[in-house]
Design a binder for this molecule. Structure first.
Ligand SMILES: CC(C)(COP(=O)(O)OP(=O)(O)OC[C@H]1O[C@@H](n2cnc3c(N)ncnc32)[C@H](O)[C@@H]1OP(=O)(O)O)[C@@H](O)C(=O)NCCC(=O)NCCS
Length: 157
């Protein structure tokens, strides 16, 4: 399988189609269009996966991440998080990236942990009857370098 180059995504309907392929509860094209109009919001991806982040001050939140089932397990999810972190650090001087992930989403939790995110709290029953784990990555402590992506310490971004 050939993975495509990750690029900015501006087509709300295409994003909704990707989201539908990745999640049980899809977001509409209108929802993505509204989201993309927000300050600091960026979508990146390919025809196989996407990531949406919102950058505010020195923080970025991963709002959504998905890889279509047929393309999973090939490193695309990790590459999407890295690409988003690079954008956030280089364009906004972001120093922390955070997100919420369902406690039973073992694939996503393993992906984020492997990249240096740590769990720093939880929201009980945030997703219906499932807890949300709050995960955070300190890019500076990890040695994240936006220009040359130098790797240091435990951060795998
Ligand atoms: C979570 C998701 C984005 C991972 O995408 P992916 O392209 O399959 O992930 P990668 O191939 O980049 O895997 C990176 C790491 O994540 C972990 N991982 C990925 N899939 C996993 C699985 N099924 N079980 C356990 N760990 C898994 C592994 O640590 C993996 O590293 P390794 O290959 O060196 O072992 C994908 O499964 C997905 O879209 N799921 C549905 C939507 C979703 O849950 N999004 C996240 C919401 S917070």
């Amino acid at each position: 399988m050939t993975l495509e180059v990750i690029e900015p995504l501006h087509d709300a309907d295409a994003l909704a189609a990707l989201h539908t392929a990745c999640f049980e509860r899809p977001w509409s094209g209108d929802a993505f269009a509204k989201l993309l109009r927000g300050a600091g919001v960026h979508a990146l991806g390919t025809s196989q996966g996407f990531i949406v982040i919102r950058c505010v001050a020195d923080e970025a939140e991963i709002l959504s991440l998905g890889v279509v089932p047929a393309a999973r397990g090939a490193g695309h999810g990790r590459d999407l998080v890295r690409a988003a972190a690079h954008l956030a650090a280089s364009a906004y001087q972001v120093r922390h990236i955070f997100l919420e992930v369902a406690a039973n989403n073992h694939a996503a939790r393993a992906l984020y942990s492997g990249l240096g995110f740590i769990c720093h709290g939880s929201r009980p029953r945030y997703y219906a009857n499932i807890d949300a784990h709050l995960m955070r990555c300190d890019l500076r402590a990890c040695g994240w370098m936006p220009v040359d992506c130098e790797k240091k310490g435990d951060c795998k971004l």
